[in-house]
Design a protein around this ligand. Sequence first.
Ligand code: NAP
Ligand code: MG
Length: 502
Amino acid sequence: MSNPGPITEPVVKGSMTSARNFLHTSPKKLLIGGRWVPARSGKTFETVNPATEEVLALVAEGDRADVDEAVKAARQAFEKGRWPKMGPHERARYLCKIADLIEEDADELAELETLDNGKPFSQSRTIDIPKAAETFRYYAGWCTKIYGETNPSDLSTFNYTLREAIGVCGQIIPWNFPLLMAAWKVAPALACGNTVILKPAEQTPLTALRLGELITGAGLPAGTVNIITGLGPGAGSSIAEHPDVDKIAFTGSTDVGKLILQASTGNLKRVSLELGGKSPNIIFGDADLKSAVPNAVRGVFYNSGQVCTARTRIFAERGIYESFVDKFVRESTEMTVGDPFDPGTKMGPLISRAQFERVVNYVEVGKQEGARMVTGGKLPGAGKGYFVAPTVFADVDNRMRIAREEIFGPVATVIPFKDEHDAVLQANDTIYGLAASVWTRDIGRAHRVARATKAGTVLINCHGGSDVISPLGGYKQSGFGRELGVHSLELYTQLKSVYCKL
Ligand code: NAP
Ligand code: MG
């Protein structure tokens, strides 16, 4: 979309002076080779506040020509620049500096995140932004711990391995946790000595651009991190296809993940994909429902259900099925939906009109398939904004579309099961395998189910967001490659084996 006309004054509440400053004064341009530049085409696109439908800013719409420039800058920075050759202690200091700057600007970043994405400010301020800073600090610690090995060769030879940076890394991220996704990608790539081209989602470019300013302010060499805002088929696919990008890391939908993989074949880029899910939450009759119920509610409705690991298929054992549904519905209706800047709000709007329509359509599909909608649907009397109430379908069959397809909205399906065998069978009956949860007081059963479920992450008797210390990634069509923890280092390095005649 180009030249969409004048920007309406966004509704900015409270003390948002610096967020307002950023919106009105900072150029929403591309960061290429250390300079902020407009798209070569001159095109821009709108980013919208999903709670009010107001345009927040016009943002440069980068495409192939801009990606070419960014790749040149990243290549130059990798081959000739200081970053890859810098000692690990110094590199660690830069990453710590970025973490400090994120924390100093936490209020502004959280305000921008909530304006652009619609998530409650109480969550962006206490979860997204602090975790982004924590991610930079965590990977700062790894800079000095990227080891090779010495191998037991015969005595006439000395063999060792070097773990080296891959080169120019393209990183394409979604809109559900915009700054945190940027941190999960950029921090480990930098820790390993790579250079980066980051493409944020078109719906949420603002905090990535602010991060670009902070990274520049921290003094990283020009071209080390380049940021190309733009659209998937233009900027995104140009990065995925580019013959001089060495590695691509993608988080988003399974359909686009497949396109990324195809686009990578030209130069055999290294690829890691973190894709969709339809994750099960298995609740046995002996579970502590006082804990299981509120956590099942959070597990599916957090971030308005726009979470790749959302536990959208809730399996409840037959003996407790009806009482579980009652308690779950009561607790769901207490998820206050509304103005994301109101401290009482637990759920904001969906990200966009398109996502709103997609979710509302799935609600209709669920009704037509014969599932029982106990609560939810469109918010009655809602004005502006893409709000959908927490929606619960009971008496769902695991073969229904609402139990098979990723909705990415606040729609829970509650499915009965007979016994442990049946629970595992149904839980695994999906093309996805990102996460699973199990609730039981029987510790043996908990670990049996953890082993039997085909998922990259399993939670036992708890719920919470991913911790940067532990790997995250998918089985089956939820993708491959593991991010976070030490495992991100494997994604952003390659091994060299060196033999020396003694
Ligand atoms: P998406 O299309 O997969 O978007 C993710 C990222 O990929 C965005 O930066 C997007 O750019 C970019 N992209 C889109 N098409 C591309 C292409 N052909 N080549 C390269 N990059 C491309 O996801 P979405 O449309 O935002 O959401 C659709 C569905 O994806 C959701 O309903 C949900 O099921 C799933 N999803 C999953 C996650 C997750 O964390 N696993 C996150 C978000 C969404 P644009 O922003 O310009 O499209
Ligand atoms: Mg937006």
